[in-house]
Ligand binder design. Structure first.
Ligand SMILES: Cc1ncc(COP(=O)(O)O)c(C=O)c1O
Length: 401
């Protein structure tokens, strides 16, 4: 997830074009901006890249989720099913929207288990958010099929998997809406930033209005006279972010290709070791190669393997011990602590239910995450580094497996 590794002259040139006009706001200032609309151009090119009809740039991947939920009209009283293994933002966005997150298990794709999604559906379920974790697809076709049968809306949280696809169709375009993040650690970065894509014009219009205080963006009148259909908020991306986004997007295919090359030998080494199971990629799925993810036979072996390789200088994540990516480690969610007083949205009206969370409520996910290690793939790795990584993995396997 290394867009920052390739920040360079293209980004500087793009930013300088904006600075020369002095206009950092994405709307208005028609004369002074001399035809430069970086955010708009970034949206157009991003839509083209993903194959979506519409794209709305916003301030973060978290904001993108909230904007998508608002566009779909999902709010208080609704349940939204998502996986318990995700960055916490997916849960936070649902709660910020006033809805109730319902956690479901992952499978060996490390993403939403379609069967558990189906089991968790109630008459309050209005949306599902499959998250394409660590660069690779969820079983999105099965998830969509179940959702369509029940009239449940699908938002794909694609924050971690820009450029990945199933059957040649990019992730984020399978559901009703797709969301992306461009934060400091993502495949392309704008420092902070996000995008919401859709093929549905009315959803796009609602997203663009919600992200800009409700402005209906009527080109015939100035902003002061624009009307509104509902209350919104400010999730606008600025022109400097749009400029960097354009530069990064122009490098995206090369980044993914380099990631593919840099992870291949590491993956082949692990695949050849008995006792190691690689993360499953759904049929026809295409990874974006941000991480090499693999499962050890049990959590103790994973901990020992992790200790061995990190002490030898190979960076790896053991998500079991990561405080931000698994529900079992979110004591504040389990205690239902929000920034406001009272139990909203978890119980009381308009929900009428009582959502309860516990450390061990997702046993299958606990097992998978306990066994999971992920090695981040860097763009700037050299051959020596890859060779050392491979030798360290072989030594760890000999010692531990
Ligand atoms: C799966 C997932 N969803 C949402 C987000 C939120 O994105 P942002 O950091 O841009 O708010 C992230 C960020 O790490 C993420 O990994």
């Amino acid at each position: 997830m290394p867009g920052y590794e390739w920040i360079g002259e293209t980004e500087k040139d793009q930013v300088n074009e904006v600075l020369e006009t002095g206009i950092l706001f994405r709307y208005e200032f028609e004369e002074a901006r001399k035809g430069i609309y970086k955010v708009r151009e970034f949206e157009e090119k991003f839509a083209d890249y993903t194959g979506a009809v519409y794209a709305q740039a916003v301030t973060s991947g978290s904001a993108a989720l909230k904007v998508a939920l608002a566009a779909l009209g999902v709010g208080p009283g609704a349940e939204v099913i998502t996986q318990g293994f995700t960055f916490i933002a997916t849960f936070e966005a649902i709660i910020e929207a006033g809805a109730v997150p319902i956690p479901a298990e992952i499978d060996e794709t490390l993403n939403l288990d379609p069967k558990d999604f189906e089991r968790k559906i109630t008459d309050k379920t209005k949306a599902v958010i499959p998250v394409h974790m660590l660069g690779s697809p969820a079983r999105i076709q099965e998830i969509i099929q179940i959702a369509r049968q029940r009239d449940i809306k699908v938002i794909e949280d694609t924050a971690q998997a820009l450029g990945a696809a199933v059957g040649g169709k990019k992730l984020g375009t399978w559901g009703d809406m797709g969301t992306f993040s461009f934060d400091f650690y993502k495949t392309i970065t704008t420092g902070e930033g996000g995008m919401v894509i859709t093929n549905d014009r009315s959803l796009h219009v609602r997203a663009s209005e919600y992200a800009d205080h409700g402005h209906d963006h009527n080109p015939e009148v100035g902003r002061a006279l624009e009307e509104r259909n509902f209350l919104g908020f400010n999730y606008r991306m600025n022109e400097l972010q749009g400029a960097i986004g354009l530069a990064q997007l122009s490098k995206l295919d090369d980044m993914i290709q380099r990631q593919y090359e840099n992870q291949q030998l590491i993956r082949e080494t692990l695949e050849s070791v008995g006792g190691i199971e690689m993360r499953h990629v759904p049929e026809n799925g295409k990874d974006s190669y941000t991480h090499v993810c693999f499962l050890l036979p049990d959590a103790d072996k994973a901990a020992a393997f992790h200790k061995f390789i990190t002490q030898a200088g190979v960076p790896a994540i053991h998500f079991k011990n990561n405080l931000w990516h698994f529900l079992g480690n979110w004591e504040h969610l389990i205690e239902r602590k929000t920034a406001w007083p009272g139990p909203f949205p978890f119980s009381g009206e308009p929900y009428g239910g009582n959502a309860v969370y516990s450390k061990d409520m997702l046993p299958r996910s606990i097992d998978i995450i306990g066994r999971l290690l992920a090695i981040p793939v860097s763009l700037q790795t050299d051959e020596d580094r890859i060779r050392t990584t491979v030798m360290t993995l072989q030594a760890a396997a000999e010692e531990i497996l």
